[in-house]
Design a binder for this molecule. Structure first.
Ligand code: MG
Length: 307
């Protein structure tokens, strides 16, 4: 019984970037590369690998060039990276990144606080990078953050979300990922915002990007799937919570998204047990517990398989 659900869903793993960028501990380059190798081995085919940002601004991503140079290159595997400006784009291009990601916020105060730019300035910076990507024939997608609420401004007008999504698509990005930056969205709100967007754009031009901060991510994703969206971004183990609160929920956990999808009969190409094994490996490497409920529910079964 799939109803209106898509037959397959592209699950984009963002842990190596969106997860590790927000972890308290900075991972050694070799461990990042091993993490990516294991994620690819589980069947994931789109990996957000790193960010070409200034190392002083985001120290955990200072090794973007070294990580990129060591990525396991396999047919059909797409590595993406965040690029804030044309300088970052030039580095990512030289590093052999397959797909570029530009980013901006709907909220003026979040934009100023996060990247010290107004929304208009941020859109102009995105435009510059997208133009360079088009000239080089490089795929580029976009993140739009604080879709469902802003930690500084509170409510965000859905009309602004629609207008900025349209502006980014008009630049020529392949899709806009709708970031629930602080995990405030609820399913009714998601239905409302997506409904307004789908009056203007196609479902394949939108990506679902939820944080599980308040436990609503899986419910929100289900709403998106039922409305025809088929790209979900998530992080192994639910990595990417607040660096000052170990174990706090960050990005929705990839294994929980896969579990949801397989339970609905939706194909992903991912081997769930292998993916759960990656979660256990992370816990063994970091000595810290991940926030994923599924991982903890399945841990003893998985460990009995390997011993
Ligand atoms: Mg995120």
């Amino acid at each position: 019984m799939r109803g209106e659900l898509p037959a397959t869903v592209r699950v984009v793993e963002v842990g190596p970037r969106d997860g590790l960028q927000n972890e308290a501990r900075i991972w050694p380059t070799a461990d990042k590369v091993e993490l990516i190798r294991r994620l690819v081995d589980s069947g994931l085919r789109e990996i957000e690998a790193t960010a070409f940002v200034h190392p002083k601004v985001i120290p955990p991503m200072a090794d973007a060039d070294a990580v990129s140079a060591a990525l396991p290159r396999l047919p059909g595997v797409i590595y993406s990276a965040l690029v804030p400006n044309t300088r970052g784009y030039a580095r990512a291009l030289a590093a052999g990144i397959d797909e570029m990601i530009v980013f901006m916020s709907v909220s003026e105060s979040h934009s100023r606080s996060n990247i010290n730019k107004t929304v208009a300035e941020a859109l102009a910076a995105c435009a510059e990078v997208v133009q360079a990507c088009k000239a080089d024939g490089k795929p580029v997608r976009a993140y739009l953050s604080t879709i469902y609420g802003c930690p500084y401004e509170g409510d965000i007008a859905p009309a602004r979300v629609v207008a900025l999504t349209q502006s980014l698509l008009d630049l020529g990005v392949s899709r806009v990922s709708l970031g629930d930056t602080t995990g405030v969205a609820t399913p009714g709100q998601v239905r409302d915002v997506l409904g307004r967007l789908l009056d203007r754009v196609a479902p394949q031009q939108l990506g679902l990007h939820f944080h599980d901060t308040r436990g609503m991510a899986i419910a929100n994703i289900l709403v998106g799937l039922e409305m025809g969206l088929s790209i979900v971004e998530s992080a192994i183990g639910g990595m990417g919570g607040c660096p000052y609160a170990p174990g706090a929920s960050g990005n929705v956990a990839t294994e929980e998204v896969i579990h949801l999808l397989h339970g609905l009969g939706v194909g992903t190409g991912v081997d769930l047990d292998r993916l759960l094994g990656v979660g256990l490996w992370i816990e063994s490497v970091t000595g810290q517990s991940l926030s994923s409920k599924l991982l903890h529910a399945e841990a003893s079964r998985l460990l009995s398989l390997v011993t």
